[in-house]
Design a binder for this molecule. Structure first.
Ligand SMILES: C[S@@+](CC[C@H](N)C(=O)[O-])C[C@H]1O[C@@H](n2cnc3c(N)ncnc32)[C@H](O)[C@@H]1O
Length: 408
């Protein structure tokens, strides 16, 4: 979309057209487009409005009903922080004493909206003219928040002493413009030296301003975390979505941490929670009654020791995040199972087990084991009406199978 077409879409005839569209229906979209063109609407405007309608429908996954009033670009929507997580970014910066946030590379403004909504003044910029204009549109409910077309590197950032209430937020693009992946989307990069704005600029900005947050890929290696920052791996509904580096006043607990988020809760697990967890691992012949599986953000942050401590158990293998314990404990950031049986991994023995228990439907989880769940399921030739869940994993250096029942 060109800036000119966007301007048409958000004013006069374009805005009325967009507001008049029915809820998006892929099957109806072609016919609707034809009808609107027949009625005399500019074909370019019709295409742009229908694209927004499609993106708004897709955007509801991240923004709920609010998506119906937002504008998007396809890349902007994909890179946007979901509402529940953006809210936590805002809470962290506001809780660090910030009153104004410089959002450098704001995309369509998902984080910026959360900052504005929590009362922070927002000065956002984006290098892409259309994206910046869309962010400004998406910020219109908050008069204290604006987005402009500008390069992050050209924004003058205040130092810590000069503006103790200032914060900077950076969510550098992890896409390579003009390079498509096999699905036709812009290729994603996981390398720090391919970020835009550049990694050196990002680190300098983070260190300079009184409070700072930088959103990065969750694949960030522990060795890449800059000293003095807090690295926070975040999961939403079990999927690890980001690693944020917090600097200065926003680094509440320097070191690694995990933030486990759902619609109902947000739990933080810190490095000190994992201290003195011991390095004992489990033995197949001495497995306890309960098995706890840490949330993936906790595992990415390298904090499965926190689970070992919390349930007073032993890990199946170092760093896998699965802990055996005799204790029945509530851990909101871990799944809990009762272990009903366990055996060394052996196809024949497993087939007999499924036959004896009349298992017709089998959920196969795997952790650190080299099995193909679909292939294994076929080889087991399941027959029966019962269901079961098994975990194929490594215990004491050998593959093992644990039979599990999810515990409340
Ligand atoms: C990952 S997106 C930001 C998403 C945003 N946090 C959100 O939740 O909607 C990164 C944005 O940075 C912008 N960008 C890349 N390099 C930039 C630069 N040097 N200055 C300003 N913006 C830049 C891109 O155009 C892109 O829109």
């Amino acid at each position: 979309m060109t800036p000119g077409l966007l301007a048409k879409l958000i004013s006069g005839e374009g805005a009325a057209l967009l507001a008049s569209l029915p809820p998006y229906d892929e099957a109806e979209s072609f016919v609707l487009g034809e009808r609107l063109r027949r009625e005399g609407f500019d074909p370019e405007l019709v295409a742009a409005a229908l694209t927004q309608s499609r993106l708004r429908a897709r955007g509801e996954r991240k923004f709920g009903r609010a998506a119906r009033d937002l504008l998007f670009t396809p890349d902007g929507l994909e890179q946007a922080t979901r509402r529940q997580v953006a809210r936590l970014h805002a809470r962290r910066l506001a809780g660090s004493g910030a009153r104004v946030v410089h959002d450098l590379g704001c995309g369509i403004g998902a984080d910026a909206r959360a900052f504005a909504d929590s009362g922070l003044r927002v000065a956002a910029v984006d290098a892409d003219e259309v994206t910046a204009c869309i962010a400004d549109y998406n910020l219109r409910p908050w008069p204290h928040a604006r987005a402009e077309h500008e390069l992050a590197e050209r924004v003058r950032l205040p130092g810590r002493r000069e503006a103790p209430d200032a914060a900077v937020w950076l969510d550098p693009a992890r896409r390579t413009p003009g390079v498509a992946d096999i699905t036709g989307r812009t290729r994603r990069t996981f390398r720090l030296d391919e970020l835009v704005p550049a990694w050196d600029f990002v680190c300098a900005a983070g260190a300079q301003v009184a409070a700072a947050g930088v959103k990065l890929s969750p694949s960030l290696a522990h060795g890449q975390v800059p000293p003095g920052t807090q690295a926070q791996w975040t999961s939403y509904d079990g999927e690890v979505v980001e690693c944020v580096l917090w600097w200065n006043a926003a680094a509440w607990d320097v070191g690694r941490s995990a933030l486990v988020v759902s619609d109902q809760f947000a739990y933080e697990v810190l490095e000190r929670d994992a201290e003195d967890a011991g390095s004992q691992t489990a033995r197949l012949d001495r497995l306890h009654g309960y098995l706890y599986e840490a949330d993936r953000a906790v595992i990415r942050a390298g904090l499965s020791g926190a689970l070992v401590r919390r349930v007073d158990g032993v890990e199946l293998d170092t760093g896998v995040g699965i802990v055996s314990s005799p204790r029945d404990v509530v851990v909101p950031w871990a799944k809990k199972y009762v272990v009903t049986d366990a055996m060394p991994f052996n196809l024949k023995a497993l087939r007999s087990w499924t036959r004896d228990h009349r298992i017709g439907r089998l959920t196969i989880k795997k952790k650190g084991a080299s099995v193909d769940p679909d292939g294994l399921r076929r080889q087991l030739r399941l027959k029966g009406s019962a269901e079961a869940t098994i975990l194929v994993t490594r215990i004491g250096g050998a593959q093992a199978v644990l039979m599990l029942v999810p515990a409340p």
